[in-house]
Design a protein around this ligand. Sequence first.
Ligand SMILES: Cc1cc2nc3c(=O)[nH]c(=O)nc-3n(C[C@H](O)[C@H](O)[C@H](O)COP(=O)(O)OP(=O)(O)OC[C@H]3O[C@@H](n4cnc5c(N)ncnc54)[C@H](O)[C@@H]3O)c2cc1C
Length: 414
Amino acid sequence: MKRLVILGAGTAGTMVANKLRRRLPMDEWQLTVVDRDDIHLYQPGLLFIPFGTYRPDEVRKPRRRFLRDGIRLELGEIDRIDPVRQTVALDGGRVIGYDYLVVATGTSPRPDQTPGMLGPEWRKSIFDFYSYEGSVALAGALRDFRGGRLVVHIVDQPIKCPVAPLEFTFLAESYFRQRGMRDQVELVYATPLSGAFTKPIASAQLGGMLDERKITVEPDFLVERIDSERKVLVSYDERELGFDLLVTVPLNMGADFIARSGLGDELNYVPVDKQTFRSKEHPAIFAIGDANDIPTSKAGSVAHFSTEIFVDNFCDLVEGRPMTRAFDGHANCFVESGDGKALLIDFNYDTEPLPGEFPIAKLGPLSLLRENARNHWGKLAFRWIYWHLLLPGRRLPLPARMSMAGKHQPDKEN
Ligand SMILES: Cc1cc2nc3c(=O)[nH]c(=O)nc-3n(C[C@H](O)[C@H](O)[C@H](O)COP(=O)(O)OP(=O)(O)OC[C@H]3O[C@@H](n4cnc5c(N)ncnc54)[C@H](O)[C@@H]3O)c2cc1C
């Protein structure tokens, strides 16, 4: 029997396991997935819990329910990979051997990496919404907030879903307006970037939306520490930014066992070929989803598109054929903008988000880089699609590679 081991049963690991379960002959392959627990978290839902749009129980389900029969799920904390012996050690001494290994252990918020963040104000006036516990706690804090300065803050890039902090800011603005207390809340968006987003056209559009909503942007803000006694963020260039309520996105990092195994870069991401996800150092190892270092967004959509490419290539590889499919960095993200509206962005390694229609030119029905209610309903519908189509590994009618159909260069508009 050949042994394929997948580390992580999150978005990418679950999709890969289910797709390969269908494609590989099961009398020749043993397929094992490892995760620390049996709770699958629908992370895009963490954005909505603080505003009461989703209940906490709507974003968590047992992992086993989403893994097809014949896939073994091993529960345990991964301690180390030995790429020479081709083994994975779990806490407690269990060792699993592999012929091929897929690392899909994602990226996690690390509040411990910023001095002062985990001080006495953590989950009192300093919150995150990138963890389940943080998102649930923040719902209570927003409900009880009586006004003052709310700072939404990003420690550094890359973070998963890089638009989520912007979405949180737009939703907070709308939430306080609907509660009749917008004039009592000063909203500040503190970012390490020089604008609202990484790519120029989307950055200009999203920056304009922050201005319209009277949200102050604090650009190029690289936090050095948090003085929780004075409730102040202090940057490396010695700027101080006070807050009454801080919603921060802590530094995101790959899993520590990747560093312990000598497989990661400085943020514990696995360096891979950006078209095939194969480790640059170890040909039997692939890394997909947020765990790798490819230069596109860390997002569920990227995990989805890249899985399609990976699975086709992997089946070719193990049958002795060359891997011919190449990933183009395709990412596709809804951006909630408040008041029941959202934008949509679609881009890849070479093409930045452009305005237009999606997925069909002139027809849409979704709009690129323009707010409307249809995009918002698309985002909410995505939760059902995630549980029922994406995780089980069913094919969606969306090409894995980005299409230019429906996209326009802004200077050619009008
Ligand atoms: C607030 C928020 C909003 C988001 N919104 C969107 C969105 O609208 N659209 C979008 O496309 N994406 C969104 N994302 C991003 C998306 O959720 C992730 O990019 C996606 O889940 C990545 O999949 P993954 O499989 O790489 O990692 P994950 O789904 O995070 O899975 C990693 C798995 O590895 C396991 N693991 C890690 N380390 C260990 C260890 N040492 N031992 C055992 N198990 C381990 C974890 O338990 C986890 O199950 C959002 C994320 C957040 C936080």
